[in-house]
Structures are given as structure tokens and as C-alpha cells.
Design a protein around this ligand. Structure first.
Ligand code: RIB
Ligand code: CA
Length: 307
């Protein structure tokens, strides 16, 4: 954070989701969260919308606006990750009481983003941690708002193996067309892919440390990640991934990462390789994280949560 100035303003687009929930909590402390839009991905749209509001209620931050985005990918049937995040999308913790009914005036994510970005004095960061359906749809429908966006940073894709198929990471698998549209939007795009997020594993024993956090947040994170550690397919003896948190870290501290500008193609035709990312000269260039300082990342995460 630059001394004397508020942390940078950030819009979040998420599909909570356990790691999205941790990313939201980190963002609430590390940057200035202007609002959250939710998208179908880890679970159906009505559940990811409820889950974002559940986490904000536990964090005592119900003043943060949450608006519901799309319930299905641009062109495809929704594939969820219920086997990872559970029937609620945030299994492992009993949210009681439920958040108050959303006070919004029924305004959906697209209209709300249009209004809010129009009022931004300077270009802002947009961090996406689910399928890029909302981001792509908004850019298609509101090209005049691109001037209010500084950069889109997303967790998704992989320069290596996938986690849904051998080729594709979940977010890009769910909506490859949306990913391709965002990469070719003409905006600066930064990608934190699976190959990097799998290097930053939260040790199973470290979830006890959540219990030291004040209030209900600690108990919530402990329950959520006790569940997640037993269901995330990439979890191993070394720990469990916290994929989406690295996208927030990439905005707050890009220096934790080594970046490469890569011309990326997203596979949208071949059913077997759907969502696969390949380096193809001549394609739009995306700034891709290729390494992460794992110690610096976790030192930051605990400092941010415990600070
Ligand atoms: O592949 C990991 C990504 O898919 C993360 O965003 C996780 O929340 C799931 O949405
Ligand atoms: Ca996610």
C-alpha cells in the first residue's frame, strides 16, 4: 500500500468457492474492494451469489456491494465443481444467520458495473477468480467502459497440465470462449495459472492458524479449509492449493511473481482439448505469471489476515 493513500481500488468477480472466499477476505484487507460480482462456476449462480454474501456477513463487511452475474457460460452448459466445493459451494461451515436479503434494487451485475465504473475517477483493477463469463459479457456489451479498466487479472488457465482434463484448468474449461474473448479484449490482462498456483500449497497443519483470527472469520476459514483439504484434487501431503488468493496477491504485490508476456491461444473447438492454452505467435499477448515467491506470498497472506 502506498503510504498516505488508500490501497488501490479493485473490483472482484468470483465464484465462491473455498479459495474464492479466502481471496475475498485477503482482498478486503489488502486492497479497496469496490464491489463483488458473482458468476456460476464452482456452483450454480444462485449459490455463488449467496456465498459471497455469507462470507461478507461473517467478515462484518455487508456494506460491500454484491451483484449476481451470469448463471451459465456464454455458449455452453454449466459444469460445476460440486465434488470439490460441496453441494452449497462452501461446504465445511454452517453459516448462521444467513445474510439479510440483498438490499440491491434488483440491479444485476452488468448494469451495476456500468454505473460504478462510470463514476470511477481513475482506471481500476478487475480481479476475476471464476470462469470469465461476466468479464467477457461485460466487455462485449460495454466497450466504452474499457477506458475505466486498468488491468484484468485472473486466476485461470495453465501453461502446464490442467485439473479438469490433462489440458485444461477449471475456469477456462467451463467457459473457454469467455477466456478467449478477454485475452483478445485489447485490455492489459495478467494471468495466474494453475501451474503457478499449485506451487503455493497451504500446509494442512496451518489451517489451525485460522482459529487465531478474531471473531467468526477464523472458525469459518478453519471449517471451510478442513473440508477443502479433503476434497481439492490437487491437495497432497504437502498441503492444499489456494488458487484464487494468488490473483489478489498479483495485484497487491506483482513483485512476488516472475512474469512473461505470452501470445496465448485458448482451445474452443476440439472437445478433448477444450480450454487448453497454447503459446501461438501472433495471438494476443497476456502477461503470465511463471514463478511465485512462495514464502513471500504466504508471509503476506498471514500478515494480511492477522494484521
Ligand atoms: O482451477 C482452480 C479454479 O477453479 C479456482 O478459481 C477455483 O475456485 C475453481 O473456481
Ligand atoms: Ca474460483
Amino acid at each position: 500500500m502506498t503510504s498516505g493513500r488508500l490501497p488501490r481500488p479493485v473490483y472482484l468477480d468470483m465464484d465462491p468457492g473455498h479459495d474464492d472466499a479466502l481471496a475475498l477476505l485477503a482482498a478486503l484487507r489488502a486492497v479497496t474492494v469496490r464491489g463483488v460480482t458473482t458468476v456460476a462456476g464452482n456452483q450454480r449462480g444462485e449459490l455463488t451469489f449467496l456465498n459471497a454474501r455469507r462470507v461478507l456477513r461473517v467478515a462484518g463487511r455487508t456494506e460491500v456491494a454484491v451483484r449476481r452475474g451470469y448463471d451459465q457460460p456464454l455458449l455452453r452448459r454449466l459444469v460445476t465443481a460440486e465434488q470439490v466445493h460441496g453441494a452449497s459451494g462452501l461446504d465445511g461451515y454452517h453459516f448462521q444467520p444467513e445474510p439479510e436479503p440483498s438490499p440491491d434494487d434488483g440491479m444485476g451485475a452488468m448494469e451495476w458495473l456500468d454505473h460504478r465504473l462510470a463514476a470511477e475517477p481513475d482506471p481500476v483493477d478487475w480481479v476475476a477468480t471464476g470462469p470469465l463469463t461476466n468479464v467477457a459479457a461485460f466487455l462485449l456489451g460495454h466497450p466504452h467502459r474499457k477506458r475505466q479498466l486498468k488491468q484484468i487479472t485472473f486466476m485461470g488457465g495453465s501453461l502446464g497440465a490442467g485439473n479438469v482434463t490433462p489440458y485444461a484448468e477449471f475456469n477456462t474449461y467451463v467457459d473457454p470462449e469467455a477466456t478467449a474473448l478477454v485475452l483478445s479484449s485489447g485490455l492489459p490482462v495478467a494471468m495466474v495459472g494453475l501451474d503457478v498456483t499449485l506451487k503455493a500449497l497451504l500446509a494442512h497443519g496451518d489451517i489451525d492458524r485460522f482459529l487465531r483470527l478474531p471473531g467468526e472469520v477464523g472458525a469459518m476459514l478453519f471449517g471451510l479449509f478442513r473440508f477443502f483439504g479433503g476434497h481439492e484434487p490437487s491437495a497432497n501431503a504437502g498441503g492444499m492449493p489456494v488458487h484464487d488468493v494468488l490473483a489478489v496477491a498479483a495485484v497487491a504485490h506483482p513483485e512476488f511473481f516472475r512474469w512473461q508476456d505470452v501470445p496465448l491461444r485458448v482451445e474452443c473447438r476440439d472437445p478433448e482439448r477444450r480450454g487448453a492454452m497454447t503459446r501461438v505467435e501472433g495471438f494476443p499477448v497476456t502477461r503470465v505469471a511463471v514463478e511465485v515467491d512462495v514464502k513471500a506470498f504466504f508471509d503476506w497472506l498471514w500478515r494480511t489476515l492477522e494484521g
